[in-house]
Design a protein around this ligand. Sequence first.
Ligand code: 13P
Length: 342
Amino acid sequence: MNIDELKSVARAIVAEQKGILAADESNPTIKKRFDAIKLASSEESRRRYRELLFTTEGVERYLGGVILYDETLRQSTADGIPFAALLSSRGIIPGIKVDQGTKTLALHPGEKITEGLDGLRERLAEYKQLGAKFAKWRAVIEIDDRDIPSAYGIHANVHGLARYAALCQEAGIVPIVEPEVLMDDAHDIERCEEVTSQVLAQLFTELDAHHVLFEGMLLKPNMVIAGMKCAQQAGVRQVAEATMRCLRRYVPAAVPGIVFLSGGQSAQDATDHLNEMNKSGPHPWQVSFSYGRALQAPVLAAWQGQENHVEQAQKAFFARCRLNGLARTGTYDRAMEKEAVD
Ligand code: 13P
């Protein structure tokens, strides 16, 4: 493993104003997104959509990396330029989702475990050949009233993350370590902070036990936020304060960057929360984004699968990237939302 290269790739992804576009939806997930705009999901429609995103002018100022799905890493523009080469030529680092989704954790109803460790060493070697310089693995932690997550559920998931991260670094690939505490349920923000704290504390113990170099990885956590079904939603400042308090307690300063997932927040909320956290900086690590839905929802809404809407969709994508770039320095304001779409 080339330590200097791992460090420099990790730092480049979260360079000033920059974050990540998560465009690594699996085929079943992108089908759901396309269903919402009544577009059939085929290899070609998925390719056209990803080409729209990756060829948007100006986004290289705000994107340090893009996470791709296996199929997408093997695809090219209509002119035959492989997507990985296109992104690299624009100064955007290509990455790859390497987990193979979640299944029920055996004998632990209501809890999930991420699959994909078998054969991962060999897959990483191939992905490296195809141009990927970083990877992503998502573990999912659900919350219920009392018993979930169980101690074993957390342990099994952080163990999987650590094994994945060690294999990535061995292969010279920067691991993005994603322990997502879901925001789908009815828990309040305090419960989210409690569970996120437990998960992060155990995660870094496990990463350390696996000899993972903290300087050569990125953390992709959830924000500390109330569940969507909770009657008591927290304000922007409360989310920012609770999230930074939690991360400062449990994430070593050696980690170069935190790249949040959006997890079902609206595009504006995700930007606003990120902005508020950066306003209260400086922090020990770069505080950035790795958004899927919060970057793409406005793009899909504008595009609708129509060739004559591509320009409008690219405008919406550029606007979202720029606003999140501003949130990286705490200089975003909700009033900018209007001018961004005009
Ligand atoms: P969301 O921002 O839509 O949560 O997606 C980010 C991601 O990559 C989840 O694994």
